[in-house]
Design a protein. Sequence first.
Length: 319
Amino acid sequence: MRFSTKSIHCAAAAVVSLMISLPLSAAASPTAVTAPATSQSVSAFTPQQLIHTLPLDQTYERLLPLQGGSNFRDLGGYTTTDNKQVKRGLLFRSGAMSQLTSRDEAYLARFKFDTVMDLRSTDERELYPDYWAQNAKLNYLHVDYSMMDMMKSTAGTDPRQFRMDEMYRGMPLHLKPQLALYFDSLVKGNAPIVVHCSAGQDRTGIASALLLTALGVPREQIYKDYLLSTEYRRPLVEMGDVDLAAAAKTNAFAAMMLQYKGKTDMTKGNPLVMPDNTPFLQYALEEIDAKYGSVENFLDKEIGVSERDIRRLKKLYLN
């Protein structure tokens, strides 16, 4: 199957952001990682010490020290409006994970991960499989959909006039099936859990923002967490060593990435703000506020997360 150059070129602009973005019982409460007790730099220790010697809580502050990871970080540690804290070691977000090494997998095994929520399209998952989820026999959640279709449904009527604010306004509703799976796992206590997409910033940013909002983290802090992706992403790692030219013959996402490759700096993440410094995420949350009154109402009406579910989330994931 081949894809038209025109449709690929129109969608490629959107991908610039999207790419350059043991089970517990339902009654059990996940065990959190305690906040770091030392200020000693992780770089002072060898990889073997990180994996086998140091207490887990001392091996990272927010970003996990992974050779083949990109933007893999802990959502814990944030303070809520009622002075509680999100537990560490339970809620994670990440970019693509297909390049994780055996050392990385050994380190991640210490967390005893339960679930991976993969927000990516069918083409993305085929191009960059989650080997770690398979190797570790984790609960792997995903929904089949087309990246091209998502771009058309979220980027407005004319893809040639692509705008990030329009895409973000439409993305929460497009992600409804994935968000339902994600929050169902969270409510059941299936943690530690990591939610991810290709860059770990756009789709993952929205999912993470909805969760942090439900837990009571202030919006300004949520924006700050969202913007960390620019610092923590490693686009070259996300791209891996896939032969995009060969893959593009049958894979729409590879075709889009081929259009994008070489046209921007792949050594760092792209800024996630408009020219006036408004975070892209703000458009999604303000759209939800305008249509539903609050994120909690959106979660209830569209995702099936009730007030009772939110109380349970707070019980499970707040100190």
